[in-house]
Design a protein around this ligand. Structure first.
Ligand SMILES: [Zn+2]
Length: 61
């Protein structure tokens, strides 16, 4: 289990997130339930950054 903090883009509060694993070698975003605003945010658990803060190019699928 990996815990980290991210900043809620709506409230600006630091919120704790948890993921089972951060073993993936590629940037991976997890959808986290936000305790501050009640929404869901895509966050990179390794950096604690939101997808909107990190992405420089569109994700490929
Ligand atoms: Zn939030």
């Amino acid at each position: 289990m990996h815990t980290f903090l991210f900043r809620c883009p709506h409230t600006g509060h630091n919120v704790q997130g948890r993921v089972d694993s951060i073993d993936s070698p590629e940037p991976t975003y997890v959808a986290l339930d936000c305790m501050a605003c009640g929404g869901v945010h895509p966050v990179n658990p390794r950096t604690g950054k939101l997808m909107s803060e990190e992405v420089r190019r569109p994700p490929r699928r």
